[in-house]
Design a protein around this ligand. Structure first.
Ligand SMILES: *Cc1c(COP(=O)(O)O)cnc(C)c1O
Length: 376
């Protein structure tokens, strides 16, 4: 392509199948686990064995690298498998700095798995840059950012943290699951790698579990990720990859529409007398609204959370269009009481409900909440 195209065009172009004589428009699904070797021992397209590489995964990885502006990307069987691989690429004795509000299972992964392997974890308030700077130790190797964060929608300044981190020789990883590259491109802001639970917005239809790591540069660290992907084998199936590349075709359209509806709902709930507080980075009252304005574009995402005045679980059960279920990023609206799901040790307030806004009409979703919050 001679023209530098917009994101939505790039997304469509990036998942077109490679040219063959059959010329399909939609990529074929290659289920074969193994590929024929030429008599001289070579392989025409480089495919040998499906755990190492296969056409559907390669298409997804190449697309993801383009969408995030990275050099290379690697696909995994879930978001957690991707996170696990990043941590596995670190060494015993090294430390990872995490924000206070972060996807719950990341903390659990440290506690239940990596602590035994002598990988250390420290936590700091990422909304205060001084606190981040002070928390970095000589053995800190990686700073893990999640913005907007789950479930309190805190915003971390990626550019500032990356600057501090690089002065101290730390790597920066951003979990970009909630924002997606439609709204935020962490590699452009100085991060070294981006991680996605493509189970969420990339897949977009609540029917595929998978993850991605996109790295800004191809270097020793990215090669280590690649080796771990091939050796550990926590890879998505060709059909999983196909579903995610299909999701990429409508990613931009979905995320923009979901962001618009979520913003309207956030404004509505923010004014509602039965709601104590709304966490949404688009609201001018959000503590890090200015940072969100700087580092996000096209909207502030389809996720929000609210603190209710009445019993949160009772309200969630009264909703009809928001289904009570975990996960997010699908076309259908979901509501979740995070504290119940996170269980013991949860830092989520008892009156917090997390909303994943789908593609339903705003008027209908508003009606659902009006009804749900009406005590009578
Ligand atoms: C869901 C999620 C994950 C984990 O992804 P899985 O595919 O469920 O393993 C990680 N980070 C964030 C922000 C998520 O929402």
């Amino acid at each position: 392509m001679d023209k530098e195209v917009k994101f939505s065009t790039l997304a469509l172009q990036s998942v077109r199948p490679p040219h063959t004589r059959i010329k399909p428009i939609s990529p074929p699904i290659h289920l074969s686990t193994t590929y024929e070797r030429n008599s001289d021992g070579t392989y025409d397209e480089g495919y040998v064995y499906a755990r190492n590489d296969n056409p559907n995964r390669r298409l997804l990885e190449q697309s993801a690298a383009q969408l995030e502006g990275g050099a290379v990307a690697y696909a995994f069987a879930s978001g957690m498998a991707a996170i696990h691989t990043i941590l596995q690429a670190l060494r015993p004795g090294e430390e990872v700095l995490l924000p206070e509000d972060v996807y719950y299972n990341v903390r659990l992964l440290f506690k239940e798995v990596f602590e035994h392997w002598q990988l250390k974890m420290a936590v700091a308030d990422f909304t205060d840059l001084n606190k981040v700077e002070v928390a970095i130790q000589p053995n800190t190797r990686l700073i893990w950012i999640e913005t907007p964060s789950n479930p309190q929608l805190q915003i971390t300044n990626i550019q500032s943290i990356a600057r501090i981190a690089h002065q101290k020789n730390c790597l920066v990883a951003v979990d970009n699951t909630w924002a997606t590259p439609v709204l935020q491109r962490p590699l452009d802001l100085g991060a070294d790698m981006v991680m996605h639970a493509t189970t969420k917005y990339f897949g977009g239809h609540s029917d595929v579990l998978s993850g991605l790591i996109i790295l800004k540069e191809q270097n020793d660290f990215s090669e280590q990720i690649h080796r771990l992907q091939k050796l550990s084998g926590a890879v998505p199936s060709p059909f999983d990859c196909w579903l995610v590349t299909r999701g990429i075709q409508t990613l931009s359209l979905r995320v923009k529409a979901q962001s618009e509806t979520a913003f309207a709902l956030a404004r509505f709930l923010d004014q509602h007398e039965a709601i104590e507080r709304v966490h949404y980075p688009g609201l001018a009252t959000h503590p890090q609204h200015e940072i969100a304005m700087q580092q996000m574009k096209n909207g502030f995402g389809g996720m929000l959370s609210v603190l209710t005045k009445g019993d949160a679980r009772t309200i969630a059960n009264r909703l009809q269009l928001f289904t009570a279920a975990t996960s997010l990023g699908g076309v259908e609206s979901l509501v979740e009481h995070r504290r119940s799901v996170e269980g013991e040790g949860s830092k989520s307030p008892e009156n917090l409900l997390r909303l994943s806004v789908g593609l339903e009409a705003f008027e209908d979703l508003k009606w659902d909440w009006e009804r749900g919050l009406d005590e009578k």
